[in-house]
Write a protein that binds this ligand. Structure first.
Ligand SMILES: Cc1cc2nc3c(=O)[nH]c(=O)nc-3n(C[C@H](O)[C@H](O)[C@H](O)COP(=O)(O)O)c2cc1C
Length: 250
């Protein structure tokens, strides 16, 4: 198949990026990645019906993050087949997969396969080793089967409700900065919403609590060492300790 497979994802802590890439890697064709995580204004693109696109986003409060939605809207299809992927932290994906599916269809894509996959939760210590090698193998099997079914006109039944759950633009935890900060600027560069001011420390109201800065800080200077967060994280981790499995639709 001489197709171009374009992965388009929003992924502050890289669960979605890694999951989407594991799907793309077993599909034959030229590969291209469009990472919209820190791209405030992605370049508009129109795909043809010969292309294949894989869209990926995390689940925030049962929806896809509103900033990702605005950025996905720069991409248009002309009956372009696509696969859609959401990753979530072992609670639930609620209406997020349906929302991404509806969005893709609105933009001119035809959803040929969908996956709701587990990734380490942003908060607490929940499924910290996921996505795992085992998850990637499941993703490979999904990709192979979805591609084999590409020409079939099967109606997909994607779980979720309309109207969707009320969305949130992000969480309520805004990272702190310790004295270990060496002002390398990685956090500023990697922040998806320009929430970290030029002093590398002040977090402004744009913060969506994605914890990209915490995960990527080479000195562990960005942190959430408050009593309120620590006690929430402890309880939350206990509550969500039962492993959930990936779900695939094709
Ligand atoms: C603000 C916020 C809200 C979240 N809401 C949910 C949720 O509703 N259900 C869930 O299971 N995980 C939730 N998560 C966890 C993320 O969906 C999960 O860690 C995801 O894999 C992160 O994707 P990324 O690594 O690509 O950024 C939330 C995370 C954040 C930051």
């Amino acid at each position: 198949m001489n197709t171009t497979i374009t992965s388009i994802y929003f992924s502050p802590t890289e669960n979605t990026k890694r999951s989407v890439e594991s799907i793309a890697e077993v599909i034959e064709g030229n590969k291209e990645q469009i990472d919209i995580t820190v791209d405030l204004e992605p370049k508009e693109r129109l795909f043809s019906d010969k292309d294949l696109v894989i869209f990926g986003a995390p689940v925030y409060a049962g929806r896809i993050p509103s900033v990702s939605k605005e950025r996905f809207m720069k991409f248009k299809g002309s009956k372009t087949p696509c696969l859609i992927v959401v990753t979530y932290g072992n609670r639930h994906y609620d209406d997020a997969l349906l929302e991404l599916s509806d969005l893709a269809e609105e933009l001119g894509f035809v959803v040929k396969g969908a996956a709701a996959l587990i990734g380490r939760h942003t908060y607490g210590e929940i499924q910290t080793n996921r996505p795992s090698e085992e998850d990637f193998l499941e993703n490979h099997r999904f990709a192979t089967r979805a591609i084999a079914e590409l020409m079939n006109n099967k109606e997909l039944k994607i779980p979720g409700n309309q109207p969707y759950k009320d969305g949130i633009s992000g969480g309520r935890f805004h990272p702190l900065t310790s004295d270990s900060c060496i002002e390398c600027g990685i956090c500023v560069k990697e922040c998806p919403v320009q929430a970290i001011d030029k002093d590398f420390r002040t977090i402004n109201g744009n913060c969506i609590s994605c914890f990209s800065c915490i995960r990527k800080c080479p000195k562990n200077a960005k942190n959430m060492d408050t009593e309120e967060y620590q006690s929430f994280a402890k309880e939350f981790s206990k509550e969500l300790n039962k492993r959930r499995e990936n779900e695939y639709f094709f």
